[in-house]
Design a protein around this ligand. Sequence first.
Ligand code: SF4
Length: 308
Amino acid sequence: MVVKYQYAEPTFSAKGTQMRDILANYIAVVSRRLPDDVTSKLKELAKVEVDPLQELIYDTMKENQLLAEKMKRPSCQDTGALQFFVKVGAKFPLLAELNDILKSAVYRATKEAPLRHNAVETFDEYNTGLNIGNGIPSVFVDLDGDSDRCEMYVYMAGGGCTLPGEAMVLMPGQGYEGVVRFVMDRMTSYGINACPPLLVGVGVATSVETAAMNSKLALMRRVDSVSPNANAAKLEHLLEDGINNIGLGPQGVGGRKSVMGVNVVNTARHPSTIGVAVSTGCWSHRRGLINFDADLNYDLPYNKGVEL
Ligand code: SF4
């Protein structure tokens, strides 16, 4: 017999409740308002396309965004599985409550935003109907010494844009040419599924999980950002050219540009392996960033002018 997922909201401290409510509001904002860098990149790419079909698609995206804001509805019907990438110091006062705060924030935002119910319990094959479940939302924590701050990326991982994701470990002799081949293979076979123009995140590290995490962190960077490593920056540039030349265009109907950008995140690796992974963000790339101090003052670097 399947024992269904049950959720009872915990009781939080006053500050925990405050943080939960701020985050629930912010998740709703992220669901309907694209980050500033994505909005301006879409405008820029729209100007590059000259044929009526591509123009129509970019106009439709623009109108979609205006209506999402006006009607307070999500930018896309697929509001994704929520993922949080958190950098938090040991002295942040709500560290112990953080996991529970995030789950409760998603639960609340799901009702209030509203968000689509995207939590299906694997093997038991039922939707919890709550948008949370066992291990979802996903929370990835990077400890930041004894800082009292918390910096958090909020990401809505949609089905289509998650689909091209893949990781593998290359033989060292395959070199960084192998990385290019891997990414291009993935983009030519599955890139179209992810509602282009894409943000392509490439991770390079030792193993599948370290490369995969880097590829996801690459999606958290701004679309126009450049890797601080000169060779990684060159790889970003070359991959961007290569993927644009596939000619996916907006929504895969063909066009001059396939990507909003390519971001590479690399960490040191074992000498005998090259772990590589690719993750993709779609045109409706809903990721946010919220930075809290110990008193829960916050800023929203990706959403200028937004107040929660
Ligand atoms: S890929 Fe993005 S825009 Fe396309 S359906 Fe999925 S979430 Fe929506």
